[in-house]
Design a protein around this ligand. Structure first.
Ligand code: AMP
Length: 132
């Protein structure tokens, strides 16, 4: 059982800001910025690829509400919305959740590694491989 299932079941405490039939939103216990929120599916899907599109769409609608609330209630200037998929990405809890992190002008936080450069022809090669 994932730690998030225990929270959903009420077996361990959390600071809940929202709940419906599909998802809950709680404060992350180790916030990267104060107010850092997790929108968590009630059904366990290990990654985004495992979740039904309707569930993802609904969760993104809640993410949007959290973003708006962070701007209104915390005075945030922006947010980062992040999903880690699989351990290689840094995912610690194999239960779909969307991080919403409030951001402020010049807060000094960076979630992106330094940028890279494509060699000649490499971008089109990656484009071909990734074409949907
Ligand atoms: P991820 O690396 O994307 O799997 O993120 C998992 C997140 O869950 C981390 O940011 C943790 O701080 C957070 N977390 C772990 N346990 C709890 C908990 N009991 N309550 C709230 N957040 C938690």
């Amino acid at each position: 059982m994932t730690v998030f299932e225990m929270i959903i079941n009420g077996d361990i405490p959390s600071t809940k800001i929202y709940e419906d039939d599909v998802c809950i939103a709680i404060l992350d216990i180790a916030p990267r910025a104060k107010g850092h929120t997790l929108v968590i599916s009630k059904q366990v899907y290990p990654t985004i690829a495992d979740a039904p599109t309707e569930t993802l769409a609904h969760m993104m609608d809640i993410v949007k509400k959290v973003d708006v609330k962070m701007r209104e209630a915390l005075g945030a200037d922006g947010t980062n919305v992040i999903i880690n998929n699989s351990p290689a990405s840094g995912q610690e809890v194999p239960h779909l959740h969307i991080h919403v992190i409030p951001r402020y002008k010049d807060d000094g936080i960076s979630f992106f590694p330094p940028s890279m450069k494509y060699e000649d022809g490499e971008a089109s090669e990656y484009g071909r491989k990734l074409a949907l």
